[in-house]
Design a protein around this ligand. Structure first.
Ligand code: AMP
Length: 399
């Protein structure tokens, strides 16, 4: 069964065509600069040269029509006709309070997604545009929505209700939702497989560390807490996001003359690794600067390591133990120094790395990193959100 996975961002659209159930990637690519100058599409097929085309992409529907054209192109395509695509899976950042698991997309789902755009203003509109574009271009092909928030919907209320007036939760849906759920779900299930155990029997902490970062505690296959909250702003320091700060800083800065938009931009786009180091939001550049002796780059990294360490400690306490610690995403998969520093002096909790293996492991390899006698098993598991989306899509579209 051929399943197309779509991940629509505000000015970009990523796609992957899978052969399911085996999960073979037939083609994938990225449409960039949608609705702005400089539109282009990079189309990749395993074992073949990439194809790049520069083309004006007025909106997500135009981008999708190009994707479909490329997939069925006689020279660059991988299928004879788009009718071979039997289902489309959409990555959707926010499922609100109602969409607690992946589901077939119908009018009701789209209407609900419109109704929660207010709490998902950045990612909601492009995701809806992607779905509506597909509907127009692919008519009756079943579509499935896979939500970043849904894996976290098992959290108990003491983890998701903020200690502010309860009416704000009831009337304005202000609560912890959590994000990156598809990635946390994939690596948690994968690590259970690698350990030869049922996820129901494991206490796992998954660290998704990329441009955006979040940490999740999963007890018996169910999320019990996660570091991102009402928005992906909460939690540890990220590329440009501050993570958790004292909320009173916001009115204080407004009192000092900043507008609320400026404060929002500062916390979202000018903080984190970039804000502290003054070097870059890209962890590689910050690591290089730190290695050359830049004290602010070193400080930014120490804040990052310390933040991750605190969550691991807190979540181990929340679960009364830990069986597996997992690192994933751009930084988690590639940055051996970060893994070493986060796991340093954690032997009290049972976390001990095999330092040599951690340092020398080829980048992005699926592997266990813990020392032989460590009580907690530490793993590196490259994430694969698209595969997870294709799996849910194939399952729901075949019902
Ligand atoms: P993601 O959002 O998962 O794509 O991750 C992006 C982040 O991963 C950026 O901060 C990159 O600098 C970081 N990253 C990618 N490769 C490496 C690497 N080899 N070492 C350190 N960080 C890396």
């Amino acid at each position: 069964m051929k399943v197309l996975v779509i991940n629509a961002g505000s000015s970009s659209l990523k796609y992957q065509l899978f052969e399911m159930p085996e999960g073979r990637v037939l083609a994938k690519g990225l449409c960039e600069c949608i609705a702005i100058e400089g539109g282009c599409i990079t189309h990749k097929r395993p074992g073949k040269d990439n194809y790049k085309v520069e083309v004006q992409l007025d909106n997500h529907e135009t981008a999708l029509s190009w994707v479909l054209k490329l997939l069925a192109d006689s020279e660059y395509g991988v299928i004879a006709d788009i009718s071979e695509i039997e289902a489309v899976g959409h990555r959707i950042a926010h499922g609100g309070e109602k969409l607690k698991r992946s589901c077939l997309i119908d009018d009701g789902v789209i209407k609900y997604l419109y109704s929660i755009v207010k709490i998902n203003p950045l990612h909601g509109p492009p995701a809806i545009a992607g779905m509506e574009g597909c509907r127009k271009l692919m008519k009756d092909v079943p579509m499935v929505g896979v939500f970043d928030t849904s894996f976290h919907s098992t959290m108990p209320d003491h983890a998701y209700v903020y200690p502010i007036p309860y009416e704000l939760y009831e009337q304005k849906s202000i609560r912890r939702y959590g994000f990156h759920g598809t990635s946390h779900r994939y690596v948690a299930n994968r690590v259970a497989e690698l350990m030869g155990k049922k996820i129901e029997d494991l206490k796992i902490i998954t660290c998704h560390l990329g441009n955006g970062s979040s940490i999740t505690a999963i007890n018996g296959g169910k999320v019990v807490d996660t570091s991102m909250g009402f928005t992906p702003q909460e939690g540890i320091l990220m590329g440009t996001r501050s993570g958790t700060v004292d909320p009173t800083i916001i009115p204080y800065l407004v009192g000092e003359g900043m507008t609320i938009d400026e404060v929002e931009k500062m916390l979202n786009k000018q903080s984190g690794l970039l804000g502290v180091s003054g070097v870059s939001s890209d962890s590689r550049a910050v690591c290089d600067a730190a290695a050359e002796g830049n004290p602010r780059a070193q400080l930014a990294l120490r804040i990052q390591y310390y933040g991750i360490k605190k969550y691991i400690g807190a979540y181990t306490a929340a679960m009364n133990g830990l069986d597996a610690l997992v690192f994933t995403a751009g930084i988690g998969e590639n940055d051996a120094l970060l893994r070493q520093e986060v796991c340093r002096d954690m032997d009290y909790l049972g976390i001990v790395l095999d330092g040599e293996l951690n340092r020398t492991l080829p980048r992005g390899t699926e592997a266990e990193l813990s020392a032989k006698d460590a009580k907690v098993r530490t793993w590196l598991v490259p994430t694969d959100e698209e595969f997870m989306i294709a799996q849910d899509t194939a399952k729901l579209a075949s019902l």
